[in-house]
Design a protein around this ligand. Structure first.
Ligand SMILES: *Cc1c(COP(=O)(O)O)cnc(C)c1O
Length: 403
């Protein structure tokens, strides 16, 4: 998106504000489907938790995507956005049997990730098709914050417990129609992913009535220059070959499913915030913006580096800044970062702000969550109003303490 467009959006809708570009989301979706064009049946289920605005979900629907959901509320959001139940897969972790029953009654595809619920659900509803989330114990990426495939992860049913799964399935006569894995949020290495896929294929052979194999996600997008990025085209070519071979071996055409969040929306998003104060200390120049980890927590939670551009002075002389927020707590977005000269009132643009940014925002410090704007067909559309004081107070109950 052009600098002038972003500046105009900050002017028209105020700051801080999230902006998402539908063209970018669309091109990422097409890139992914093109990489798997030689697989007969491919299903891309967008991971709602990355960015759950209903207008974004509607865009996904027009593109032909389904949804990957992790809570009953996300299921309901998807249905509200107009998705059919069969276009939604529900992949929770550690939720109650009751919540899974509600989802099953709504008609969405259930994905179960522990033996206890598998046995209870299978006993009660042997006819309802169920997908099983496997943990192949493959570490994709080195960061233990985001690798979920390792041996002590809370996600999925261990590959070593396949005999136990099979016993439950045989005893309950339940219907297993899919096998799933999601090895974490950063696939650094295509070969690691392919290795995990082989484990999934081996697992799949134990189940005779499969309709799909879901390879989860974890596609890596670049956050800063020279960042590693998943080569989707190479990955598509290699997995396509193996998948098609497997289908022959299995004796049936299966659907290949993915559930990307970050890959589809991360780079399409920009977060715009205004510099309130430029403050010099003995060693540092701070640029303090009208935001904090209440609006964008990834740098503090994961150490993620979002590129920051001063769009009010894009050609200015570069200087070193620490970009921090206004929260009464350490909320450093960037340390010692080279940014073109900042004046109070300038608008800073944070890149890669589409995924896990607004969706992780909170009201900490009793601040309002930002507005969201969709840039679509060369026009800015407000898709979420900035909160007001009413939102802060509406669920609070004032009691009479004198009684
Ligand atoms: C979060 C999540 C995803 C999406 O991961 P990305 O790294 O954003 O692509 C996919 N599947 C499941 C089960 C998830 O929990």
């Amino acid at each position: 998106m052009k600098t002038n467009t972003l500046l105009q959006i900050a002017k028209d809708f105020g700051s801080p504000v999230y902006v998402y570009d539908t063209e970018m989301i669309t091109s990422q979706y097409k890139r992914l489907t093109a990489a798997f064009s030689k697989v007969k049946q491919v299903k891309i289920n967008y991971a709602v938790k990355a960015l759950s605005n209903i207008s974004v979900l509607k865009l996904m629907k027009t593109l032909g995507a389904g949804l990957d959901t992790v809570s009953i509320q996300e299921v309901k959001l998807g249905l509200t956005a107009g998705f059919l139940p069969e276009q939604i897969i529900y992949t929770p972790n550690g939720v109650s049997l009751e919540e899974i029953e509600v989802a099953a009654k709504l008609g969405v595809q259930i994905n179960i990730d522990n033996l206890s619920i598998l046995e209870q659900f299978g006993t009660k509803y042997p006819k309802t098709p169920v997908c099983i989330r496997i943990n192949p114990h493959v570490m994709a990426g080195g960061n233990t914050n985001i690798s979920v495939g390792h041996i002590d992860s809370k996600f999925g049913i261990s590959i070593h417990q396949i005999p136990h799964i099979i016993r439950i399935v045989e005893n309950t006569k339940m219907n297993i129609n899919g096998i799933h894995m999601h090895t974490g949020s950063d696939i650094l290495d295509i070969d690691v992913f392919l290795y995990a896929s082989e484990i999934l294929f081996e697992t799949a052979k134990h189940f005779k009535d499969l309709e799909f194999i879901d390879f989860g996600s974890g596609f890596k997008v670049p956050y800063k220059k020279d960042d590693i990025e998943t080569n989707i085209e190479e990955f598509g070519e290699k997995l396509t070959k193996r998948f098609n071979e497997f289908c022959k071996e299995y004796g049936r055409e299966l659907t290949l499913a993915f559930e990307p969040g970050k890959f589809l929306v991360s780079e399409a998003g920009v977060f715009l915030a205004k510099v309130n104060v430029v403050k010099q200390t003995t060693s540092t120049v701070f640029a303090q913006i009208d935001s904090g980890f209440n609006h964008l927590i990834r740098p503090m939670l994961y150490g993620s580096q979002h590129e920051i551009e001063n769009i009010s002075n894009p050609k200015g002389r570069e200087r070193f800044y620490s970009v921090v927020g206004y929260i009464c707590e350490t909320d450093t977005f960037a340390n010692n970062r080279r940014i073109s000269e900042i004046t109070e009132g300038d608008i800073l643009a944070f890149k890669n702000a589409g995924a896990y940014c607004f969706s992780m925002a909170s009201n900490y410090n009793s601040r309002y969550r930002p507005a969201e704007v969709l840039w679509h067909n060369n026009k800015a559309h407000l898709i979420r109003k900035r909160e007001t004081f009413d939102d802060i107070i509406k669920n609070q109950i004032e009691i009479d303490l004198s009684k």
